[in-house]
Design a protein around this ligand. Structure first.
Ligand SMILES: C[S@@+](CC[C@H](N)C(=O)[O-])C[C@H]1O[C@@H](n2cnc3c(N)ncnc32)[C@H](O)[C@@H]1O
Length: 212
């Protein structure tokens, strides 16, 4: 029987395999995402992800972009579509999710696979020894791993951002967006030049943190 509580962050989910297709229009373009049981929000695009994609900002001249905790790839794929001059990295721990991401890149961005890099591993581990810094990092964080883990990540992020680089993420109000905001202001103001909530809708807050 399928294990209902199987966590989507698992490296090897053991729920029975079932493939789905999720059609969704984002920033005036239609995407078809292949998804699979055992990964985050496989039946339809998560509302937080949707609000985030519609309102995330992309550097005008492109650059090095990172979708951290990419799942089946919606954020990174939209970034790559809208900013063809950029290189886009996508990272996740869940191997099933990454299988979908690779399929979704081939299907939705057939001419773009060259500048898109998909890596398996935890947060920045797959980038160790690569000496790379990003213009922007995007994330719908796995907050179910715990706030503590996410706040520790917020401390690590600036060393992977260029000067004035941006860390943008979405957080559900119910999952403690207000707490996160206060924590960042009180504890990480020396790491970020600006800490802003740029948009609020449908119970989701979008954060934009600018590195020093
Ligand atoms: C809330 S989901 C968002 C997925 C996707 N970005 C989206 O918006 O549909 C968080 C993702 O983070 C991944 N994740 C959890 N822990 C991780 C870690 N330590 N390093 C990288 N990714 C992780 C999960 O597997 C999951 O795909």
């Amino acid at each position: 029987m399928e294990r209902k509580n199987q966590h989507y962050s698992s490296q090897f989910p053991d729920v029975r395999v079932k493939v789905f297709t999720v059609p969704v229009s984002l920033r005036r373009h239609l995407y078809l995402f292949k998804t699979i049981t055992g990964i985050f929000s496989y039946k339809k695009l998560d509302l937080g992800t949707q609000v985030f994609i519609e309102h995330m900002t992309i550097p005008k001249n492109g650059g090095h972009l990172l979708d951290l905790g990419c799942g089946y790839g919606p954020i990174g794929i939209v970034l790559a579509y809208l900013s063809p001059q950029s290189s886009v990295h996508l990272i996740d721990t869940n191997k099933r999710a990454l299988w979908c991401t690779r399929e979704n890149i081939k299907y939705n961005l057939p001419e773009r696979s060259g500048k898109i890099i998909v890596l398996n591993g935890s947060y920045f581990k797959p980038l160790q020894n690569k000496n790379i810094q990003f213009d922007a990092i995007y994330m719908n964080p796995p907050i179910r791993n715990g706030r503590k883990e996410f706040l520790a990540l917020c401390k690590e992020i600036p060393s992977f951002l260029k000067r004035n680089g941006q860390f943008q993420f979405v957080m559900r109000k119910k999952m403690g967006a207000n707490y996160i905001y206060n924590y960042l202001i009180q504890n990480l103001s020396d790491l970020y030049e600006k800490i802003n909530v740029t948009f609020k809708r449908s119970g989701y807050w979008i954060f934009s943190l600018t590195s020093i």
